[in-house]
Design a protein around this ligand. Structure first.
Ligand code: SF4
Ligand code: FES
Length: 250
């Protein structure tokens, strides 16, 4: 395949940035999107040009590091896949592909397609730890009965990889889907109930401090989430938050 790429290039956080055109040839449908960018970068390096900076790590859809807004969609045109698992067979010979960073005030661009998503880390830090008795008399987790439905929903919430596609997709740059997944994965389990009230209050407070927007129930986040995190988690977080606000002394 021969493709025309329009890639966001930005030297650093203060640079204005712009879309730059690149032509690429010999792209196979079996390549992943990131492998296609690897080929482009090899060609740029051979020509003595600066390669395009983009985030990646596992390339297996589990670390949440890869991002990219591809033709106006977070993680591109496929559903339930990350950019690293998107394959070039989703595109046609002669296509023009726009490649931009995830955009949100709370995700400032560092360089080219790399954005700073440390706001997510700070929200998770604000959530803190769960209390686990490690005195030597620790109860076997298998001995704690957990309703199957709750276990399944907690597991589903825990599959959030913290990629930020929900924020990039939301017209308000809201982080509610991400935060609600992180709240839900603990709130549904007995081990997470001890600090549940403080956790939800602290995480929501940090989310607001980071400058994410409000949720207006549009649902675009759920559509573009590569892990299929359900809006149901946002409703649960709102209930948890309300209950904690009424009973908290802090
Ligand atoms: S909720 Fe989905 S889109 Fe948002 S950070 Fe988690 S995995 Fe990514
Ligand atoms: S590189 Fe890890 S999820 Fe894409």
């Amino acid at each position: 395949m021969k493709l025309k790429l329009k890639i966001w290039r930005q030297k650093n956080a203060n640079d204005k940035g712009k879309l730059v055109d690149y032509d690429i040839d010999g792209v196979s449908g079996d390549m992943s999107f990131l492998e296609m960018l690897d080929v482009l970068n090899t060609q740029l390096i051979e020509k003595g040009e600066e390669p395009v900076a983009f985030d990646h790590d596992c390339r297996e859809g589990i670390c949440g590091t890869c991002s990219l807004f591809i033709n106006g969609e977070a993680h591109g045109p496929d559903r339930l896949v990350t950019t690293c698992q998107l394959h070039m067979r989703k595109f046609n010979d002669g296509d023009t592909i726009y490649i931009e960073p995830f955009r949100a005030k709370a995700f400032p661009v560092v360089k080219d397609l790399v954005v700073d998503r440390s706001a997510f880390d700070r929200i998770q830090h604000a959530g803190g730890y769960i209390s686990v008795n490690t005195s030597g008399n620790t109860q076997d987790a298998n001995a704690i009965p957990i309703n199957k439905e709750h276990a399944d929903k907690a597991f589903d919430a825990a599959t959030c990889i913290g990629c930020g596609a929900c924020v990039a997709t939301c017209k308000n740059s809201s982080a509610m889907l991400f935060v609600s997944a992180k709240v839900s994965q603990f709130a549904l389990l007995p081990q997470g109930k001890v600090e549940a009230k403080q956790r939800v209050l602290n995480m929501v407070e940090q989310m607001d401090k980071e400058g994410f927007g409000n949720c207006t129930n549009t649902g675009a986040c759920e559509v573009e989430c590569p892990k299929g995190i359900s809006l149901e988690n946002i409703a649960r977080m709102n209930r948890e938050y309300l209950a904690a606000s009424f009973t908290s002394n802090t």
